[in-house]
Design a protein around this ligand. Structure first.
Ligand code: TXA
Ligand code: MG
Length: 319
């Protein structure tokens, strides 16, 4: 395994149905030829991912998905024209070209054009889309740097294309277009408000957390080693606790009487985009501390705050 920026090597490996980790603006993906079943199978094996959890396919333009025979609904075209390349994934009906192993037999496929110059160049030089889930072992935090990928999967993959730190930092927003009304399946790197402005009305949210509609949205995810709690008010939650033994994640304020090294502020200037871009690295770092518990505060429910709250909640103990 090696890390670098050799696009030619990445192309050769992908053409031989090998795995390559790729940078995107959201998180790193673990990529393989989406049209080759064996290549896709090795993604599942490498991540230890259950095969009922389908994969997003990535290419460099909406036209390429059409060339592979996928029918693009009008609203998808509208949104893609506005937000692609970008942190937005659409679920649409699949066709015979897309193997069942990619769709998990659902008959639907997730499509995305990611916004990263290296990966866009790579995708433009391939004759197939790349199936790519986040490049972490199933159930753990998504990687936002090549080093994160290397630490968790480095010995299992042939090459990591190093595109630096992911500037959005949370996974793409996923919208399903399988029914009459578009539905949000995952809050992510594109604010719902921006999407609603283009569609012209509010979007439905899939809130059936028991029945897994985006099967990867298992309620327990991003599992830290320390017990983590998502709370409205950290100061109150810490009453009676040994403050030397906790780590805290806050939006913009520090908490008094907590050792500075145990405090992680996601955005001093209260910028939700900046907070999202720091979130996963902070979740990794805080978990390395010698502490007993982690407390995170709820973020405002607006913009990328929905995605931040969603990821914090999945990482937390839910009562
Ligand atoms: O930002 C992202 O979306 C990153 C980068 C690499 O593109 N990818 C990513 O993939 O987060 P993954 O596999 O970690 O999450 C994809 C989610 C999963 O929850 C999966 O269940 C859902 O998308 N999904 C994929 N195909 C689907 C389908 N056909 N129907 C419903 N949900 C689907
Ligand atoms: Mg993932």
């Amino acid at each position: 395994m090696s890390i670098g920026i050799d696009i030619q090597l990445a192309i050769e490996l992908l053409n031989s149905n090998k795995l390559v980790a790729i940078p995107t603006e959201t998180v790193y993906g673990l990529a393989a030829n989406a049209f080759n079943e064996n290549a896709v199978l090795s993604i599942y094996k490498t991540k230890n991912r259950p095969q009922f959890n389908p994969l997003i396919i990535h290419s460099n333009s909406i036209e390429r998905f059409e060339q592979w025979g996928l029918e693009i609904p009008n609203d998808v075209r509208l949104l893609a024209n506005k937000f692609w390349p970008g942190p937005l994934t659409f679920i649409i009906p699949a066709n015979d070209k897309v193997p069942d192993i990619v769709t998990a037999g659902t008959g639907a496929v997730a499509i995305r054009v990611p916004n990263h110059p290296l990966t866009l160049e790579l995708l433009s030089k391939l004759n197939f889309p790349l199936a790519a889930p986040s490049a972490n072992p199933s159930g753990f935090i998504s990687p936002t740097s090549a080093l994160h990928v290397d630490r968790q999967l480095g010995n299992k993959i042939d090459y990591i294309l190093d595109g630096g730190i992911c500037n959005v930092g949370v996974e793409s927003t996923i919208i399903s277009f399988l029914e009459n009304e578009p539905k949000i399946l995952r809050f992510g790197g594109l604010a719902i408000e921006e999407i609603e402005e283009v569609i012209g009305h509010q979007l439905l949210v899939n809130n059936t957390s028991e029945k897994i509609v985006a099967p990867g949205m298992l309620t327990k995810h991003y599992a830290p080693n320390h017990p983590m709690f998502l709370v409205d008010d950290i100061v109150k939650a810490l009453e009676g606790k040994n403050r030397d033994r906790v780590g805290v994640i806050t939006f913009s304020n520090s908490i008094i009487n907590i050792p500075a090294k145990n405090q992680f502020i996601l955005s001093k200037s209260k910028d939700l985009n900046e907070a999202a871009s720091n979130l996963f690295a902070v979740m990794r770092n805080i978990d390395e501390l010698d502490i007993d518990e982690i407390y995170a505060e709820k973020f405002p429910n607006q913009g990328l705050g929905y995605a931040i709250n969603d990821r914090l909640k999945r990482a937390s103990i839910q009562e």
